[in-house]
Design a protein around this ligand. Sequence first.
Ligand code: ATP
Length: 218
Amino acid sequence: MISVTDLCFSRADGDQVQTLFDDFSFEVSTKEQVALLGDSGSGKTTLLHLLAGLLTPDGGQIIINGEVISAYNDKQLAHYRRKIGLIFQHYQLLDCLTVKQNILFQHQLNYPNQTAKEFDLLIEQLGLNGKLNKLPHQLSGGEQQRVGIVRALINQPKLILADEPTGNLDQARSHQVVEMLTSLCKERQINLIMVTHSQQLTQYFDTVKVLANGQFNE
Ligand SMILES: Nc1ncnc2c1ncn2[C@@H]1O[C@H](COP(=O)(O)OP(=O)(O)OP(=O)(O)O)[C@@H](O)[C@H]1O
């Protein structure tokens, strides 16, 4: 469950201050899957970064599954971030590591002496058998994004934040990837918030929220 109350956040841009959120409040219930739309520059990525604890609000409260992350210090935020899954438009895979190493990198940092429980199952479900020893640049965009999805799911998060994960894929692949991602999150009862510019992709989600002028128009 996500609860945001009276969120305030401004960005300094040279001498100018741009207020993106001013007393913005909303809730996302447990397991809900949300497609987040909005014009370019409306603040979708900024909102995701606030929910990920990568940015600190100027005011208000952000509570994620009972954790008041808006009150956390850097160390607490680092610990919180290990428990969520992040998926990016440009995949952000490390090109010097194989697919398998990329997927397990964070898991091994988090849990040095544990095997990743769902590794084999996720590799099978996302059709990545046979790709594990390849380097990211040897994969197609769709395959790289599926690696990003396994990497996000392997730590068994309760929340996944995805920022335009299909921005680099064609329409058919975008639908495949989003269908896969939403159904895997549903099976595992994971909250998913995904930024997209595609109205068509919203069909896979429980809720569509449109960000405009620092508020949701539902
Ligand atoms: N690092 C930054 N420093 C200053 N201003 C920034 C920074 N990042 C983003 N902004 C500004 O904050 C506003 C919101 O940006 P954000 O990236 O959150 O929008 P968005 O809705 O995700 O846009 P898009 O759909 O184009 O990705 C924009 O006006 C942008 O120029």
